[in-house]
Design a protein around this ligand. Structure first.
Ligand code: XMP
Length: 326
């Protein structure tokens, strides 16, 4: 069966096995696409990054990667994709900063499902527009991995790149579709991708959009991006990092006080919520301890962000609470 992992396929755990897999896939991709061009939506996540690095080895500039910045990425993320793929791997990379388009469409929208639909729909539109500008593409590469096939009939769980419009039907190139996540990481490492890309924590397709709850505003989103960078920097220093860790800024304010010329002035500000979780499957989730001095260090940095006056720690387990807030 085309979508069943071959029974005799060994688990890839070593560098040698990864190298053998890479050589095999390079030959298979060359055989499949010949001298035709292949398009890829490169999010910067592990799966699409590994596919990009593999295809660059196989077909070089005939891989056209498109990185869409929807304005909901974490601090430094788009820059890293550009640096690794354009500067280090010499990829044929199209970078589209569509921040204004996404944020304008999301303005005033507070329903979580509607927000997700807008982000997913707009993503396909931007990607399709880029694809139409290129007239000689014959294949679409995708970072489908084996759990996507097992769990959701070959569609990436919550994936943003769903059905492209009818006029953009390409042959599919899915070189890692029989790999489990840990194997994709071993292959990524062998391909020379940086550790913070290969061992990246999960990050939802709608990005910071699900963590800036309610109607997204640019100033609250910017505060969230800064707070997220602080939390990642501090937690990354721990000897053992949790499975996923990030911030949320809910769409609500609470009272703060600041002293101007010795006189207390009350004002309304945002609360930053720190969330860190451990899990193996994202279904059952526990909350790891974070040392109190690390929490205080994060607080001291986070409260310097304009508009923020409170820092909280979310100790909710799943079930009942989901990992994300929306
Ligand atoms: P929840 O919030 O359902 O999340 O406990 C479980 C895992 O899935 C991630 N997640 C998403 N990933 N698009 C994605 O690609 C999404 O819309 C999405 N929503 C949640 C979440 O970060 C967690 O790892």
């Amino acid at each position: 069966m085309e979508n069943k992992r071959p029974d005799d396929m060994q688990r890839i755990t070593t560098r040698e096995q990864a190298d053998a897999f890479i050589a095999e896939q390079i030959a298979a991709v060359k055989e499949q696409v010949g001298d035709k061009k292949v398009l890829l939506a490169l999010s910067g996540g592990v799966d699409s990054s590994v596919v990009a690095a593999l295809l660059i080895k196989a077909i070089g500039k005939n891989l056209v990667s498109v990185h869409v910045n929807h304005g909901l990425l974490r601090k430094g993320e788009a820059e890293q994709v550009i640096d690794v793929f354009r500067n280090q791997l010499d990829a044929n990379l199209i970078y589209v900063d569509a921040t204004d388009r996404f944020l304008d469409k999301l303005a005033g929208v507070d329903d979580p499902e509607t927000k997700r639909k807008i982000i997913g729909g707009e993503f396909i539109e931007v990607f399709a527009e880029e694809a139409r500008k290129l007239d000689d593409i014959e294949f679409l590469a995708q970072g489908t991995i084996y759990p996507d096939i097992l769990e959701s009939k070959g569609v990436k769980a919550h994936h943003n790149v769903g059905g492209l419009p009818e006029d953009l039907k390409f042959g599919l190139v899915e070189p890692v579709k029989f790999l489990y996540k840990d194997e994709v990481r071993v292959v990524g490492k062998a391909l020379g991708l940086p550790d913070n890309m290969v061992y990246r924590q999960p990050f939802p397709g709608p990005g910071l959009g699900v963590r800036c709850t309610g109607a997204i505003t640019r100033d609250r989103l910017e505060a969230l991006r800064e707070a997220d960078a602080i939390v990642r920097e501090e937690i990354d220093k721990l000897p053992e990092t949790p499975w996923q860790y990030f911030c949320v800024i809910p769409d609500m304010q609470s009272t703060g006080i600041k002293y101007v010329d010795g006189k207390g002035e009350r004002y309304m500000g945002w609360a930053v919520i720190i969330r860190a979780v451990n899990t193996t499957d994202a279904v059952k989730v526990t909350v790891p301890e974070i040392p109190f001095d690390v929490l205080c260090k994060m607080r001291d940095e986070i409260v310097k962000i304009p508009g923020v006056n409170r820092v909280l720690w979310d100790i909710s387990e799943k079930p009942l609470a989901t990992i994300e807030w929306e």
